[in-house]
Design a protein around this ligand. Structure first.
Ligand code: HEC
Ligand code: HEC
Ligand code: HEC
Ligand code: HEC
Length: 233
């Protein structure tokens, strides 16, 4: 009896040892086959390129569109609608539903663009149709006067036509990419300012050739002050 029990417990022990060792080697084997991609990393790395392809289904159409010489926008009028470089442009036209937040009221013209006879020009395409509360940022200009005198100086927009290292090489992107991921919305189609209307909208992977200019901008920041004499808080 004792002998039998001894043999059975020996085999149980061996069996347990086998399970433990096999499990251990299985687990270490697993670790070696593991590819360390962390969740979220992929989005993090390519975040600024997410929007590049957004309008690319229309790219061929943009490429084949004739240029309407009489209704071209220029960078001059583009900058005139902005309080300073990078600011959301004012709404330069009357709006039907004064109290709407935006959304479809605005997107019917600004999502795809196109000629608007009553304004006698083409509607610029919005780079951000998903931000439907348009009037959170875009408002009408109601006065030219300042609330208070101040020393605010506008930063200058970067120049165009001078951003290539060599003649014929792709110019660097002189502006930041945040909120400007969707290149074709500003650089293609009839509402694109003529100085920056791209000759090759069909090359949809823009950042394959155009890289952001990471040089630090030369900004002489003055400390912002205002004269409160004529300003009632
Ligand atoms: C009937 C079509 C139409 C509708 C609706 C419309 N827009 Fe426009 N929008 C235009 C056209 C055309 C222009 C170009 C006008 C110009 O350059 O004088 C323009 C210009 C603009 C600009 C200036 C863009 C720039 O780069 O200077 C802004 C901002 C704007 N619209 C915002 C809005 C908002 C916000 C709404 C909704 C409340 C709206 N629009 C509704 C046709 C429209
Ligand atoms: C969070 C603020 C914000 C919201 C919301 C917003 N915009 Fe803008 N929008 C901006 C800024 C900032 C710019 C200037 C972008 C730049 O110059 O880089 C701009 C630019 C534009 C332009 C000019 C594009 C061009 O080529 O000249 C149009 C048109 C426009 N927005 C329309 C709209 C419409 C329509 C909506 C609603 C569906 C909207 N925006 C919602 C901040 C906003
Ligand atoms: C909101 C509109 C807008 C969007 C979106 C936008 N750009 Fe621009 N881009 C401009 C304007 C305006 C200029 C002229 C300089 C300035 O004002 O920043 C410019 C200038 C440039 C230039 C310099 C051209 C030259 O001749 O020197 C390049 C290259 C360029 N952009 C590439 C891109 C690429 C690539 C993207 C997409 C990742 C993009 N842009 C998205 C408005 C835009
Ligand atoms: C295969 C490389 C390549 C791709 C992809 C590319 N570009 Fe270009 N781009 C160039 C070159 C090269 C030039 C200079 C052309 C010249 O000087 O004649 C240029 C010039 C430009 C200019 C200056 C005006 C002009 O057309 O000459 C702008 C703006 C521009 N590209 C925007 C874009 C945008 C927006 C996209 C994406 C739709 C894009 N590029 C895709 C190579 C490329």
């Amino acid at each position: 009896m004792r002998k039998r029990l001894g043999i059975i417990s020996l085999f149980t022990l061996l069996f347990l040892a086998f399970i433990i060792i096999w499990n251990y080697s299985y687990q270490t084997g697993l670790k070696e086959a593991y590819i360390p991609i962390e969740n979220g990393d992929i989005n993090g790395v390519y975040l600024t390129e997410n929007g590049v392809f957004e309008n690319s289904l229309n790219a061929l159409e943009y490429a084949n569109m004739p240029i309407d010489e009489n209704h071209q926008r220029t960078l001059d009028t583009y900058y005139k609608n902005r309080a300073y470089y990078g600011a959301p442009p004012f709404i330069p036209h009357p709006v039907k539903e004064e109290m709407s937040i935006g959304g479809n009221t605005c997107l019917q013209c600004h999502q795809k663009g196109g000629f608007v006879p009553k304004f006698n020009t083409y509607a610029p395409i919005t780079p951000h149709p998903e931000m439907i509360n348009c009037r959170q940022c875009h408002v009408k200009k109601t006065s030219e006067a300042l609330f208070a005198q101040n020393n605010f100086a506008k930063t200058q927009a970067p120049k165009v036509g001078v951003n290539n290292a060599l003649p014929g090489s792709p110019p660097m992107i002189p502006h930041q990419i945040q909120m400007r991921e969707n290149c074709l919305s500003c650089h293609a189609g009839p509402a694109a300012p003529k100085e920056i209307r791209v000759t090759h909208p069909e090359r949809i992977n823009c950042m394959q050739c155009h890289v952001p200019n990471n040089a630090q901008p030369d900004i002489n920041m003055a400390i912002f002050t205002r004269d409160n004499k004529n300003y009632d808080e």
